[in-house]
Design a protein around this ligand. Structure first.
Ligand code: BGC
Ligand code: NOJ
Length: 814
């Protein structure tokens, strides 16, 4: 069953039933102020860091589901009945419900008792605030006398502390109210110079700032006493739980419409100007007031919304395609690109599954995310690369994550994952291929954020590779360290203590367990680094990388091949993992996909064989599972992977992140049908029809779809923040459609399904717009190119030297 539909022209997903199988969320904000919002207005906001600057409160894993949000109530002051136009929290029997999740905004509303109401939520560009525009229309034939109530529950900044330290936090809350603005200033009296505020355009209404006064004793958000009674109490919070609530009286003639604007925001005052008058304890509101007033005016709010739409138009306009497949078009042109920007902004911090307190920006994750967004935000990509590289350790190794607010690396969720440093090389290479900005390699970048340790970024790449060379195991394969891409393959952990972290515990020296996946990654990153070195004129150095890559390639064939597929690893005792000799976990996806993606075995049939085995043992109609057979019990020598029930997560779930590696591998073998078939199996838009099984949003990828060993095979989980976004975007755009960035220029090498007559695309690249037409004349993948009518050799289009800004490229496939 479907719960809505795609409105491709408006670039919206329209949800038409509020009780979706799970909250279907969207993101507000794309720079510094962010929020998540569900289709029933649940969610929260934060400034830069979802843990340290949480603005509003949300209760994860609550019962009922998805509680805490940007809640608006309407009350008919004659019948005394009240409801929420967004369905939650009151859950009345509303009519014509819709939630339009668009690019950076959501509009949610419905009709009830003849009153239509919608709220558009968005964050203007360059501002640290969100706007809620509530529009109420009287569809009755008689006058309506209503009250509106808007509410937000403030979080006391540190979301972790807020959810645990009640003995203190029940006594710190403070607010001020002035001119219909509730200012939340908990801890402002001491070391904070930031505060939040909640303002309304209706200046004559009542308010509440103490949660209990608003809700009444023992009530939930579904039944606030004050809303039922029709009057807020003008309470002033002192400790306990500060909220912001505003009431407005609305009289509407039949057919009449009224708009009320609310602004929820965050502001930092200069330390010396915290109070006004100076020396008092009164918040200085002078600096923020003009901004609040500006956006309470609907004209300015609308203008800001227009600007936001233009912003997204220009980002998505960089790459647009028209193929015979609607699901491909929709994901490439709209939703996958949009999701890539969300993963860039949030990394893995804040979603319905990521609580915003667990993880900062992952070194490995953020580098891979670059693959999906670098063309849309090259300047920010540059900054991200330099931030990431500055956390790198002098050894070339990496902290596993850094906190976005401080930009400092930490070991909270482990370190010594031996795949980490390779991703920096791959990320930087993707950046240069897009931008041609070779200068980034000469940027001085610190190690471990230590002043004085600056070295050119290029040296960071050299050290990354050196780190790998210094960690080679008994078979000549890379040592795995804590784990590799698969955080749950913890071969040196050997944990028998309940609750111990699989990612931070190590009980073995780590000198034996090796990873064939990292070997594939080594071939990939070594090849990229060699190309970069060559371009810098470092021929001898490039040759050493090539030699190391060739050596590793040989080792993979000798010690990483199991007869019909690539092995996955050797454990701490030197036993094979991912081999026909194993009882469970005989074959894994990561080494098949990544080794072939990197080019191993393309010539001698190993790659083709590995893909055949993948199809035979791992492919399901819902995607490719991570390994088979699933682990049926806990293996102390394998760690977290065997902690999950069969079919979930890393234990034989369809871990969508690595499916594109196989997709790319298939294109490397010239298999367009297979590649696009795998692409479609996990494409959320193509799964829209099976909404009750899939359960997650049909417009974004989820980290996982339950594998064939799970009773819920086909059910998605952990949507939005996953490397799946970048990798699928990269796989479809650069490998199936084959519009590929290289160090020299734009390569045109499509490997599309045989049934496609071709497709067209528009791609802006290094300041030039390429209008690309692909036409199939034969069944193969050979490309004959003409550029502005002139035939060219090979399939790389180099930037025009005569200043042309638009170029037409025609490719004949035969
Ligand atoms: C998850 C992994 C994740 C790791 C580190 C594990 O529990 O299964 O997917 O990478 O935690 O956060
Ligand atoms: C999610 C993590 O964010 C990512 O870093 C890891 O590679 C995958 N899980 C697989 O374990």
């Amino acid at each position: 069953m479907k719960y809505g539909y795609f409105d491709d022209l408006k670039r919206e997903y329209v949800i038409t039933q509020p009780d979706t199988p799970l909250p279907w969320i969207n993101y507000l904000g794309c720079q510094a102020y962010f929020g998540i919002i569900s289709n029933t207005a649940g969610g929260y906001s934060y400034y830069r860091d979802a843990r340290l600057r949480r603005i509003s409160r949300y209760r994860y894993n609550n019962v009922p589901l998805d509680f805490g949000g940007r809640y608006i109530y309407l009350r008919d002051d004659e019948s005394k009945e009240f409801w929420s136009p967004s369905w939650q929290p009151t859950r009345n029997n509303i009519e014509n419900y819709s939630c339009r999740h668009g690019l950076g905004y959501s509009t949610i509303g419905s009709q009830y008792a003849g009153i239509e109401a919608h709220t558009r939520y968005f964050v203007p560009l360059d501002e640290n605030l969100e706007i809620w525009q509530l529009t109420v229309t009287n569809r009755r034939s008689t006058k309506a006398t209503l009250s509106s109530f808007a509410s937000i529950e403030f979080c006391l900044w540190d979301a972790q502390d807020d959810a645990t330290n009640f003995q203190r936090n029940f006594s710190t809350g403070q607010v001020e109210v002035e001119d219909a603005v509730v200012y939340h200033k908990t801890e402002y009296r001491e070391r904070r110079n930031h505060f939040a505020y909640f303002a309304t355009s209706e200046k004559n209404g009542r308010f509440d700032t103490q949660r209990e006064s608003f809700l009444g004793r023992y009530n939930g958000w579904d039944k606030p006493d004050t809303v039922a009674a029709g009057e807020l109490t003008n309470s002033i919070a002192y400790g306990w739980s500060p909220i912001g609530a505003h009431q407005a009286k609305i009289e509407l003639a039949p057919g009449e419409t009224k708009q009320i604007v609310f602004v929820l925001g965050y502001h930092e005052n200069p330390v010396a100007d915290k109070f006004d008058p100076a020396g008092s304890q009164i918040l200085n509101k002078k600096l923020v007031k003009p901004t609040i007033d500006k956006y309470l005016d609907p004209v300015n709010a609308d203008a800001a919304f227009e600007q936001l739409s233009k912003h997204w138009d220009s980002l998505l306009g960089i790459f647009q395609v028209d193929t015979p497949d609607v699901h491909t078009n929709r994901m490439v042109n709209i939703w996958n690109a949009y999701q890539c920007m969300a993963t860039f902004n949030m990394s893995r911090s804040a979603s319905f599954y990521e609580s915003g307190i667990g993880r900062g920006l992952g070194f490995r994750d953020s580098n891979q995310d670059l693959l999906g967004f670098v063309h849309m935000a090259p300047i920010r990509a540059r900054e991200r690369i330099l931030d990431l590289a500055a956390t790198q350790l002098p050894s070339g190794g990496a902290y596993h994550q850094y906190q976005p607010l401080t930009k400092r690396g930490n070991n909270d969720i482990g370190g010594d994952f031996n795949d980490d440093p390779h991703w920096l090389i791959i990320g930087v290479s993707a950046y240069i291929k897009e931008t041609g900005d070779w200068g980034i390699l000469d940027e001085p970048v610190q190690y471990n954020n230590v002043e004085g340790s600056e070295q050119p970024l290029y040296e960071h790449l050299q050290r990354s590779f050196k780190y790998a060379l210094e960690r080679i195991g008994p078979h000549g394969l890379p040592l795995i360290g804590r784990a590799d891409w698969n955080d749950c393959l913890n071969l040196n952990c050997f944990s028998d203590t309940p609750g111990e972290s699989f990612q931070t515990t190590t009980n073995k020296e780590g000198k034996v367990a090796e990873s064939v996946f990292i070997a594939g990654l080594f071939v990939h990153s070594g090849t990229e680094l060699a190309a970069i070195a060559r371009h810098r004129g470092l021929q001898a150095e490039a040759a050493t990388y090539v030699a190391e890559v060739e050596k590793m390639d040989k080792v993979i064939r000798q010690h990483g091949w199991d007869g019909e597929w690539f092995l996955r690893a050797y454990d701490a005792l030197g036993a094979k993992i991912g081999s026909k000799e194993c009882e469970e976990g005989k074959i894994f996806i990561e080494s098949q996909g990544y080794c072939v993606l990197a080019g191993v075995g393309l010539e001698d049939g190993l790659a083709a064989k590995a893909m055949e085995s993948t199809r035979k043992h791992l492919a399901t109609k819902h995607g490719i599972v991570l390994q088979q057979p699933a682990y049926s019990k806990y293996y102390i020598n394998l760690g977290e992977i065997s902690s999950y029930p069969p079919g979930y997560k890393e234990n034989a779930g369809i871990f969508c992140h690595n499916n594109p590696w196989v997709i790319i591998a298939e294109t490397r073998l010239g298999h367009g049908d297979e590649a696009h078939d795998y692409y479609t199996r996990i494409n959320p838009s193509a799964r829209e029809e099976i909404g009750d099984l899939h359960r997650c949003e049909p417009y974004v990828y989820a980290q996982m779809i339950a594998g064939k060993d799970a009773p819920s095979h086909g059910e998605a989980k952990n949507s939005w923040l996953t490397g799946t976004a970048a990798w699928n975007y990269y796989a479809i755009a650069q490998w199936i459609l084959g519009i590929r960035t290289t160090l020299e220029g734009l390569e045109i090498a499509p490997v599309i399904p045989k049934s496609w007559p071709g497709f067209t695309a528009s791609r802006s690249y290094r300041g030039v717009t390429y209008k690309i037409v692909i036409e199939r004349q034969g069944q193969g993948n050979s490309v004959a190119l003409t550029v502005d009518g002139a035939a060219i050799e090979g399939n790389i289009v180099t930037p025009p030297t005569d200043g042309r800004k638009e170029v037409t490229v025609k490719a004949i496939l035969s």
